[in-house]
Design a protein around this ligand. Sequence first.
Ligand code: CO
Length: 135
Amino acid sequence: MRLDHIAVAVNNLEEAMRFYKETLGLECITVETVEEQGVKVAKLELGNTHIELLEPLGPDTPVGKYLAKKGPGLHHICIGTDNIDSELQKLKHDGVKLIDEKPKIGANGASIAFVHPQSTGGVLLELSQPVDECH
Ligand code: CO
């Protein structure tokens, strides 16, 4: 497993980018709209991991509701895995509270699933398995 990314919820992507890209000097690799998650994602390169800035597509999306409740800030951390199905099975078997019992499609077509903060010490945790590039 590896740290895949850290995600920050923001109200305005352009505005947040001014700090991360221009002031901090990180390189923005992609900006992608993920309709299924109701979010626009900017991915910034940081060593061998990434920072993702999340701007909600509307107030009724998960990130939109998060912003309304808590304001901008750290939204989740993501651990990359090569076998999300077996990780989820193992967690479920161990009684971990899962938000997604089955993987769904996230940015870049990756298979993703969220683990509830109640089981992780208060941090929303995402598991992500990248698209198999051989297919
Ligand atoms: Co994420």
